[in-house]
Ligand binder design. Structure first.
Ligand SMILES: Cc1cc2nc3c(=O)[nH]c(=O)nc-3n(C[C@H](O)[C@H](O)[C@H](O)COP(=O)(O)OP(=O)(O)OC[C@H]3O[C@@H](n4cnc5c(N)ncnc54)[C@H](O)[C@@H]3O)c2cc1C
Length: 426
């Protein structure tokens, strides 16, 4: 059996947010840490977050309330969040010279509105702890000893590097161009872990309905969408929707993707958009009637934009079951007008799937939570292996919840390794 001499207390694989904070924290407590990143730059995905502004957390300070946004995993997350919470994230960044501001829906951003500054804080943190950072190095495999304990990793330049502990922070599969290509999940399968199959999540929805494609680029700032199966409303959301050349997008849609995907697994999904969610059908009918009274001799196509956005009105009038656009409104019967109003509150489209990982914000899937010891984020199968961030099978909405999960799991793992290592060195 090979006899290893350990230069490193810990090797962190992956220089994303969870890996960087873990590396910095372990080093701060005295561990000798090596971080390996396959890109030439750290935090490539972090730089994209929040449209480049980095929605760093969500300002729900009560841990239980915060974890209500993680319905399937809150029981697991309670322990790490009781050690590093949203308040700790504020303290961590603000004490390091990066003030945070809270915006609508409690989304928190750096005051500078620049994700580069978040990366800079993490890089400085690692530098202060003397973390050795090596870029352009891809980890290709893990090596176990005869007892099954992990002893080293191999890299793309065929180097074998031993260490006492390993942190796998390689992310999931979302936005693969940033380096998150699911490598960690493959390693974990080989290390006897159980992986829930990765699927794109927080992702736009695809539709094959023509009027939706025709409205590409249009935003409806206030509508209700109902996702239906077998004529029954299963999911209902109110807010903003963005039409695209492939279907629907925008935060509300992205945050509906998980539930819609579950429906799609069971069968066909239809959606219905109500363009006037706070107006009853009768009231809307009176509004349309008043519009018609005011413009008796005009053609429908020339007045509808007074209550519908112009391009929406144009598409709306192409529906075959609507009166023809060039009809003078004085010729439109009460029954026809009521049908028109009904349609405004029930524009139907079909949902045929989600977009792929290249458009996804997070991965639905990853290592199953029962195999992780959440008190320190270690693997229950390999106690010297730690699992962080997107690699975990944790679903959550957009709004800063993903990065908070990275800060928390990274900090807790770093603390555990740091404390263990400090005890060894003293
Ligand atoms: C467009 C977009 C916007 C987002 N905006 C927000 C937001 O505003 N707020 C929020 O909370 N969340 C946001 N997210 C989600 C958030 O970015 C992720 O949850 C977070 O980056 C996950 O961090 P991580 O450390 O687990 O992994 P990642 O950030 O995925 O980092 C993993 C790193 O590991 C490296 N790596 C992978 N395999 C290897 C290997 N074999 N060897 C060496 N290195 C390897 C990768 O190159 C990568 O740098 C957004 C995601 C996307 C795609």
């Amino acid at each position: 059996m090979k006899n290893y001499s350990y230069k490193y207390d810990c090797i962190v694989i992956g220089g994303g947010p969870s890996g960087m904070i873990a590396a910095g924290r372990a080093a701060e407590l005295g561990a000798h840490v090596l971080l390996l990143e396959k890109n030439k730059q750290l935090g490539k995905k972090l730089l994209l977050t929040g449209g480049g502004r980095c929605n760093i957390t969500n300002a729900i300070f009560d841990v239980r309330e915060f974890l209500n946004c993680f319905p399937q995993s809150k029981e697991f997350l309670f322990s790490p969040f009781s050690k590093f919470s949203v308040k700790d994230t504020f303290d961590f960044f603000e004490k390091r010279g990066l003030p945070l501001i809270t915006e609508a829906q409690k989304r928190v951003f750096p005051k500078t509105e620049d994700s580069k500054d978040v990366l800079q804080v993490l890089e400085n943190y690692m530098k202060q702890g003397r973390v050795e950072v090596r870029r352009n190095i891809k980890v290709t495999s893990f090596r176990k000893n005869d007892n099954g304990a992990i002893v080293s990793i191999r890299t793309s330049n065929d180097e074998e590097i031993p260490a006492r502990n390993f942190i796998l922070a390689t992310g999931g599969n979302a936005a693969p161009e940033t380096g998150s290509t699911g490598d960690g999940l493959e390693f974990l399968e080989k290390l006897d872990h159980t992986i829930s199959k990765p699927n794109p999540n927080i992702v736009p929805l695809r539709s094959d309905t023509k009027w939706v494609h025709a409205l590409s680029g249009t935003t409806l700032s206030f509508m209700t969408i109902r996702f239906k199966q077998k004529d029954k409303t299963r999911v209902k959301k109110t807010g903003k929707v963005l039409f695209t050349h492939f279907g629907l997008s925008g935060p509300l849609i992205l945050n509906s993707a998980y539930e819609v995907k579950k429906l799609l697994e069971k069968g066909k999904v239809e959606a219905s958009i109500d363009m006037f969610p706070d107006t009853e059908e009768n009231e809307l009918d009176r509004r349309v009637w008043r519009l018609f009274e005011k413009n008796k001799n005009k053609q429908l196509k020339n007045i509808l934009h007074e209550i519908l956005q112009k391009n929406l009105a144009e598409e709306f009038l192409k529906f075959p079951d609507i009166v023809t656009p060039d009809r003078e409104v004085n010729s439109i019967t009460k029954v026809e007008r009521k049908a028109l109003v009904k349609k405004m509150k029930n524009m139907t489209l079909s949902i045929i799937g989600t977009m792929g990982f290249d458009r996804a914000v997070i991965t639905d899937g990853g290592v199953i939570l029962e195999e992780v010891a959440f008190k320190n984020m270690s693997s229950k199968i390999h106690p010297n292996l730690y699992l962080l961030g997107d690699i975990l099978n944790i679903n959550r909405p957009s709004g800063g919840f993903s990065l908070q999960m990275c800060w928390t799991t990274g900090w807790v793992a770093g603390t555990d390794i740091g404390e263990k290592s400090a005890a060894k060195h003293s």
